[in-house]
Design a protein. Sequence first.
Length: 246
Amino acid sequence: MNALLLKIRRGEGPVFGSLNKLAKAILTANLPQPAVVKPIFRLLYNFHWGIWAVGWRIFTLFWTEPLFRARCVSAGKALRMTSLPHVMGQTQIYVGDNVFIAGKIGIMSGRILDEPKLVIGNNVQIGHLVMITVNKEIVIEDGVCIASETRIADTDGHPRNAEARANLLPPSEDEIKSVRICRKAWIGTGASIQKGVTIGEGAIIGSNSVVVTDVPAYSIAMGNPARVVMKDINVVKAPTESVATR
């Protein structure tokens, strides 16, 4: 069968050449859509996604959210999510009010400490494919926005000592350093927040940045390693007086 399909794809000879043209015609075919039926199909398009959204909301309301709430130590009101977070290990999870998890996220911990703690404050938004590795403590304060594919970890995952790594030992306790993302901070897509880091209040981390040191409040940091490129972004400057008004 594979040899036959390969001959058709190559179009070898008149027979397989005709079959190749027929296959291409089928794969590239489109049904005509007169202007008169376009409003009908547009309505059906909206109906399709409306039914999907309602069905998914019912599924999350009666299945996904109760399961995740049961896994948390505490979870506040108006918790919303589009997919069930995958939690591995013994992480103690505390979730505030009005938290929105917009996609699949992973929360994992190792075998170092008995009760690693993840604290998620109020009005926090977490994007798709975010991975949080917590072996001691990670705190995400109120109003934080975390974009998709962000990585946050309070440990390197493996010990620094080569012999310990070779023997598949976990990092020692002194190699674990808590992470804090302060109020109203914004973490860009694909950023990596490393152990021991504090992201200051209202700070912005650029996409794909690797943060290894503290970031001051209301500043913008980006790059690998991330460096502060702008400070005092929350300061509103007084308008400059124009020449015409003097």
